[in-house]
Design a protein around this ligand. Structure first.
Ligand code: ADP
Ligand code: MG
Length: 245
């Protein structure tokens, strides 16, 4: 069954039809790649799903409930999480403090000096760090981590709100191939273990074909193809867009 149902979604900037009436579904337990050349409308689509941009037309339903018109924070509370292209953690805090802060924020509370001193929700934070393989580095400051490890912490932070759907805009940007594959393998494991749905954008076709369960392809705001990695690889329209043949 579909968790996220997007229908006839559209957005125009000035005279530019950035997203031109696209429809797609994301199911729980699915790792879905959204690909397409620069300017295809991928980020605009993400920003409409998380409520940062208001669509001109269409509908976005999560478990049957319309998201359009809700504030980003309400959509986040409903279970739509996101990670950012540039990893965002508080460098002066430790790994576990960053996750504790995210857990408190999900509870609507602030991370204060006394909560820090009292190790508020530390056990829950450690549990999440364990899931992303970062428990051994829990007490290191985020400022000293390798980039791939910052991305893992960022995943734990996103999981703190227990999302049903996670949006990842170019999660592997700036990473070496080995790190990319590790991050996507970890993401896939979370999808399977938690029944999470993940929608991600990705430039590397190797990553998409190796890890995605399903792929949707945008070009100039239109959805031109949809299918398994094997189907997408051979799709004539995709060949045309990517290889001009
Ligand atoms: P992608 O993420 O696939 O590279 P985007 O969604 O960022 O594509 O952009 C789709 C189109 O919309 C592009 O032509 C881009 O220039 C335009 N666009 C995106 N955001 C804005 C904005 N805030 N204002 C005006 N035009 C925008
Ligand atoms: Mg983009």
């Amino acid at each position: 069954m579909s968790l996220l149902t997007v229908k006839d979604l559209g957005k125009t900037f000035g005279g530019n039809r950035a997203v031109d009436g696209i429809s797609f579904n994301v199911a729980a337990g699915e790792l879905l790649a959204l690909i397409g050349p620069n300017g295809a409308g991928k980020s605009t689509t993400f920003n409409m799903v998380n409520g940062q941009l208001k669509p001109d037309s269409g509908s976005i339903r999560l478990n049957g409930q319309e998201l359009i018109g809700r504030k980003p924070r309400e959509i986040w509370k409903q279970g739509v999480g996101r990670t950012f292209q540039i990893a965002e953690t508080f460098a002066s805090l430790t790994v576990v403090e960053n996750v504790q802060m995210a857990l408190l924020s999900a509870d609507g509370k602030l991370f204060s000096m006394w909560r820090r001193a009292a190790d508020h929700r530390r056990a829950d934070a450690m549990h999440l760090l364990d899931q992303v393989g970062m428990a051994p580095q829990a007490d290191r400051p985020c400022s000293v981590l390798a980039y791939g490890d910052v991305k893992r912490v960022e995943l734990a932070i996103a999981l703190a709100n227990d999302p049903k759907l996670l949006l990842m805009d170019e999660p592997t940007a700036g990473m070496a191939p080995k790190e990319r594959n590790e991050l996507m393998a970890l993401t896939k494991r979370l999808v399977v273990e938690r029944g999470l749905a993940v929608l991600f954008t990705e430039h590397s076709m190797d990553v998409v074909f190796a890890h995605a369960d399903r792929v949707i392809v945008l070009a100039r705001g239109r959805l031109i193809a949809e299918g398994t990695p094997a189907e997408i690889r051979q799709h004539p329209k995709v060949q045309e867009v990517y290889f001009g043949s």
